[in-house]
Design a protein around this ligand. Structure first.
Ligand code: 4AD
Ligand code: MG
Length: 484
């Protein structure tokens, strides 16, 4: 008999049908009621075993976490909680799970801490929580590809190994095949990188943007969606050393178009997840409400997960310039009461305490901050015309800040003017020879263009409500951690 997946089975409610299901036992109660899950949905099917007429040795092997194949008839359920169940005619054990061993793991059905679940990341897929998270992670990725595809964007695969460190977005991981004990030396006694695999120093990429820009200058609308690597020693709930980034790049867009695109894009992703992952979201929503009820008021979410997603779908983001944001901060209570740890003055970067105040306390909604000082933003961002009341040079940068997450998107309009860009490259002390290919696009039919980077895991934090980034990627890479 052909196997039917539990999601389909529950949707069909085909009472009277003979079916075969395969999955893992979530619970086995009163030696009679199996709760079976196969990953196709968060919902289990109940299968009722006629214990008296089933071999006792076989019944003993139906244990939590074991893999089984069940054949039987679909009947209307006697109990509450499910519409249908299976009257079992045959059970086959596909893989045993020793209860003694299971009880030492997070598969033991009781509440475990997220830290413990992380230590058993090879098994945490089996929990309801991580099943829901990873189904939604998938839906989030799919929504991103669908959004761009339906709008005529091309998916560009930018390199993972890079020979340039021009972006300056973060510390890089070296890629080398040289023997670290005994590397070839140059005349000055340093490592002779020309002997290395690529004949030069190479690293893992921190961003695909610069290459995406090249493609946008011909294909018009492109995006990347790939792994990126940053070797910062940031041990926070929002940083990974290996994460995924989506970077659209659009010819002829300015910073306003860029903001409009980002808002529409984020809202689309939320809508897609709401439409396709209702069961998983309901589970996560309820879990969050329960967890929040045990926290002090100050640490609770201001609204539940599903409301937060709806909020992004239904409301415009707040748009504010960096200069205005500084004014708001300088007039704020925490500033006047000296509650901020870091200085608030025009020209210094906003710290997460400032961003949180703006998003969570002042505006109480997602915020886009634009026109940052040129001094602490990347060399490729377009220089703005001087503006009244703005004390220094600014660039057409934009950061999107989300409640509970902080910066979810960073982007800008790009400097398309050759002379201005060349001067920036010099000012930033970037080796022009390293970036010759990037500069050349500004010589041949240069055009205004803009783009941004969305941190994929930060987006999944938002679509799942998980508060630690390590809990939205299957196997997190963070300082001192590369298990599995
Ligand atoms: O702001 P970032 O550094 O921007 C860039 O890399 C640009 N090249 C993007 C562009 O304009 N095409 O990074 C973009 C986003 C951040 O807003 C954040 O969401 C995420 O990437 N991000 C991280 N996510 C997880 N762990 C880290 N260590 C991250 N660093 C950045
Ligand atoms: Mg940034």
């Amino acid at each position: 008999m052909k196997r039917i997946e539990i999601k389909q089975l529950l949707a069909d409610e085909n009472v009277g049908a003979e079916v075969n299901v395969k999955g893992w036992v979530k619970a086995f109660r009163q030696n009679r009621f199996i709760q079976l899950n196969d990953g196709s949905t968060i919902n289990n099917i109940q299968a009722v075993v006629d214990t008296e007429n089933t071999d006792e040795a076989l019944v003993k092997r139906i244990t939590v976490a074991s893999a089984v194949s069940i054949t039987g008839k679909v009947v209307a359920s006697q109990g509450s909680g499910q519409k249908i169940e299976i009257e079992v005619s045959n059970v086959e054990i596909l893989g045993d799970a020793d209860p003694e061993e299971v009880s030492k793991t997070i598969m033991q059905p009781k509440k475990h801490s997220l830290e413990l679940l992380r230590e058993q990341a090879h098994l945490r897929f089996r929990t309801n929580l991580f099943g829901a998270v990873f189904r939604i992670r998938h839906a989030t990725a799919y929504a991103i590809h669908k959004y761009f595809n339906d709008k005529g964007y091309y998916y560009i695969h930018t390199p993972i190994v890079t020979g340039s460190d021009a972006e300056g977005a973060g510390e890089m991981f070296r890629v080398s095949t040289l023997d670290p004990q005994n590397p070839p030396k140059n005349e000055e006694g340093g490592v002779d990188w020309s002997e290395d695999f690529f004949g030069k120093e190479t690293n893992l990429t921190v961003s695909g943007q610069l290459e995406a820009e090249l493609a946008a200058m011909a294909l018009g609308k492109v995006y990347t969606f790939g792994p990126t690597f940053r070797a910062e020693n940031s041990n926070t709930a929002r940083h990974l050393a290996e994460f995924w980034m989506i970077e659209p790049e659009v010819a002829f867009n300015d910073i306003i178009d860029n903001m409009d695109l980002a808002e529409d894009f984020l809202s689309y992703i939320c809508k897609h997840v709401m439409e396709h992952n209702a069961d998983d979201l309901a589970f996560l929503n309820e879990r969050e409400i329960k967890e929040d009820s045990q926290k002090p008021t100050a640490e609770r979410n201001s609204m539940p997960l599903i409301d937060r997603l709806n909020f992004v779908i239904d409301n415009d983001f707040e748009r504010v310039t960096y200069t205005d944001a500084i004014n708001i901060l300088q007039n704020s209570k925490p500033y006047k009461k000296k509650k901020f740890k870091y200085p608030v003055e025009w020209g210094s970067d906003l710290q997460s305490e400032h961003e949180r105040f703006l998003v969570e306390k002042h505006f109480k909604k997602p915020v886009i901050i634009i026109d940052y000082p040129a001094s602490f933003k990347a060399f490729y961002m377009r220089l703005n015309e001087p503006k009244e009341g703005v004390p220094g040079d600014t660039v057409a940068a934009m950061d999107i800040l989300f409640p509970g997450i902080g910066e979810i998107i960073g982007g800008s309009q790009r400097e398309e003017r050759y002379d201005v860009l060349k001067q920036k490259v010099e000012e930033f002390g970037i080796d022009e020879e390293e970036l010759w290919w990037y500069l050349e696009t500004r010589k041949f039919g240069t055009a205004p263009h803009a783009g941004f980077g969305l941190g994929f895991e930060r987006m999944v934090m938002f679509t799942t409500g998980m508060s630690n980034i390590r809990d939205v990627i299957p196997f997190p890479r963070t300082p001192k951690k590369a298990e599995f």
